[in-house]
Design a protein around this ligand. Structure first.
Ligand SMILES: C[S@@+](CC[C@H](N)C(=O)[O-])C[C@H]1O[C@@H](n2cnc3c(N)ncnc32)[C@H](O)[C@@H]1O
Length: 221
């Protein structure tokens, strides 16, 4: 059986480890406990989540929401939030914890396109699909004119943008290869620019980096 995102989230919910394998032969354990949230979160995880959540001050769409810890946290604060994920297990977990979520590919038509105050790309989701400019263009479409994209990016590095071919793995099984990109903090401005966005700031929180981007045509007076 092939390892899919559904396998990953079923295992994460059961506290079992998963890895991301790279076609270069390397393999890293996934931070599934962080994605699940709750008691498994470290103080650093909670500070990073807080940094993202505090930047989402109006209706927020959480693209690639996974098990929905951020969608749920926003809803608990009274911020209207919608998770979007192509994994049924992820959407079920999000709804099960009290978040609102839809089972969709983020490139499909989505509700309230052009009206979201915040588009969240947490946990490196700027890399979904292996084409960060296309992904940020999609995020830009979803935004209200004065909205902002909040995206976690990698630490500044000479890699800039790293286009990768990866797969989900368990201790005994592997999934199909798919494209993913890693974007370093210092490469974010050029990608944002190509997508019609501008970087307002990049916040470093305990060694993780969160970029805030607004539409380039919007000037905050
Ligand atoms: C790195 S995980 C993100 C974890 C998540 N932010 C969390 O808090 O648990 C990437 C997520 O993106 C979802 N995903 C990948 N491609 C997608 C797409 N095209 N449309 C919607 N969701 C997608 C995966 O199913 C997975 O849940």
């Amino acid at each position: 059986m092939s390892v899919t995102a559904d396998t990953l989230f079923h295992r994460a919910a059961a506290g079992l480890p998963c890895w991301i394998g790279d076609s270069d032969g390397s393999r890293e354990q996934l931070p599934t406990a962080r994605w699940m949230g709750g008691t498994a979160s470290t103080p650093e995880d909670l500070r990073a989540d807080q940094a993202m959540i505090s930047r989402c001050t109006g209706p927020t769409i959480d693209l690639g929401c996974g098990p929905g810890r951020l969608t749920e946290a926003l809803a608990r604060r009274g911020v209207s939030a919608l998770g979007v994920d192509s994994s049924k297990a992820a959407v079920d977990l999000t709804i099960g914890r009290g978040g609102n979520a839809v089972l969709k590919d983020l490139f499909e038509p989505l509700p309230e396109t052009g009206n979201w105050s915040c588009v969240l790309l947490a946990d490196g989701n700027i890399g979904i699909g292996g084409d960060p400019v296309r992904l940020l263009r999609r995020a830009a479409d979803l935004l209200a004119p004065d909205g902002a994209v909040i995206a976690e990016v990698d630490a500044p590095s000479h890699h800039g943008i790293r286009n990768r071919t990866v797969r989900w793995e368990t201790d005994t099984m592997v999934g199909d290869w798919f494209a993913w990109s890693s974007v370093s903090a210092d490469a974010t401005a050029s990608i944002a620019d190509a997508a019609g966005l501008q970087v307002v700031d990049v916040a470093p929180i305990d060694g993780r980096y969160f970029a805030r981007m607004t539409l380039r045509s919007f000037t905050n007076s």
